[in-house]
Design a protein around this ligand. Structure first.
Ligand code: NAP
Length: 323
């Protein structure tokens, strides 16, 4: 089968589309014929850091049909339309755990389904499991035009929260209004703390979903309400220049939480998929959680797709079509 491989190198990993053996499902595993796989910013970083070790197949999410089931698998059978979270997903076939799969309704396209798992599982875990967001609370989401940011906006809005969101682009903010953003903050020209305080009558927000970190971290601490929760998912704006005002942390009884899949056990990862499916699949089935597909690329153009994501001109998801 064809697969996008990351080959290790002293200067950082590099991409190659190669023919490799098709995997076979072992006991408790499901084989999926991949039709489309979502591309995520994190895998670009991962590729760069792959300096030693064995070649790996890239990609953490997919959509396609079940092509075979191993022993002791119940709940899935050949031909089922599924989407899922896993490893080695930019390939024509992938093997996954049954609990990593979610059903795809017949009317949903492969590209739309492939765009769902990683960002919505991440957003749900950040908002609900870590951020303890409740209906009626207010959340601030930065980097809101990206995959994770948009998923967080749409999920928070579907769950009944009020959403304040930022982007560095006025045009992207305008489009975001149609996806559940109640108040937009232009990160390139507006002062974040003032904008958030004005939008919350000086109270601050209950939850912040942060993918930018360093440059705006200090503002985040000042933007949280009493008992506010900040969930950091990434540090696109830098990891080392964040300053923490311990007086505010203490006085406002804040919770600062880091979340990543890198240090989760397999059981923890599968629990996140199941929690997301439980809370968000009803909205997905109603058509409420469809991220815009900014562009699709054929598997052979994976390098072009990564370069496109790094230019940050996109809005929503970039999807690889498995041929
Ligand atoms: N912790 C986890 O569990 C987890 C899971 C999934 C992803 N992630 C991480 O989350 C981050 C976002 O992923 P994604 O797939 O949503 O990426 P993405 O689609 O590229 O979106 C990121 C958005 O952030 C903004 N941005 C990018 N660089 C920036 C910078 N230097 N300063 C300020 N804003 C910047 C851009 O929005 P504007 O142009 O609109 O400003 C961009 O659209 C990645 O670092 C990824 O590794 C973490």
């Amino acid at each position: 089968m064809k697969a996008v491989r990351v080959l290790p190198g002293a200067e950082g990993g590099r991409l190659a589309v190669q023919d490799i053996p098709t995997p076979q499902p072992g006991p408790g595993e499901v084989l999926v014929r991949v039709r489309a796989s979502g591309i995520n910013y994190g895998e670009i970083k991962y590729m760069r850091e792959h300096r030693t070790g064995a070649p790996m197949t890239a990609g953490v999410e997919f959509a396609g049909e079940v092509a075979g089931v191993g022993e002791d698998v119940s709940g899935w059978r050949e031909g089922d339309r599924v989407m899922g979270h896993g490893r080695g997903c930019h390939a024509q076939y992938v093997v996954a755990a049954p609990l990593a799969l979610m059903p795809v309704p017949p009317e949903v396209s492969w590209a739309d389904a492939a765009a769902f798992p990683n960002v919505f599982i991440t957003a749900h875990d950040a908002l609900v499991s870590n951020g303890e967001l409740k209906a009626g609370e207010t959340v601030f989401i930065n980097g809101a035009s990206g995959g994770v940011g948009m998923a967080a906006v749409m999920a928070a809005s579907a769950l009944g929260a009020r959403v304040i969101a930022s982007s560095r682009s006025a045009a992207k903010l305008e489009r975001l209004a149609g996806y559940g953003v109640d108040v937009g903050v232009n990160a390139s020209c507006e002062a974040q703390v003032e904008a958030i305080m004005a939008a919350t009558d000086g109270r601050g927000v209950d939850v912040i979903i942060d993918t930018i970190g360093g440059t705006v971290f200090e503002d985040h601490i000042k933007s949280l309400a009493v008992k506010g929760r900040l969930v950091n998912l990434a540090r696109l704006g830098g990891a080392s220049m964040a300053r923490l005002d311990l007086n505010l942390l203490w006085h406002n009884r804040l919770k600062l939480i880091g979340a990543t899949f890198r240090t989760r056990t397999e059981a923890e990862r599968l629990a996140c998929v199941q929690a997301c499916a439980r809370d968000l699949m009803p909205f997905f089935r109603e058509g409420k959680l469809r991220l815009p597909i900014d562009r699709t690329f054929p598997m052979d153009a994976i390098g072009e797709a990564y370069a496109y994501i790094e230019r940050s001109q996109h809005m929503g998801k970039i999807v690889l079509i498995a041929d």
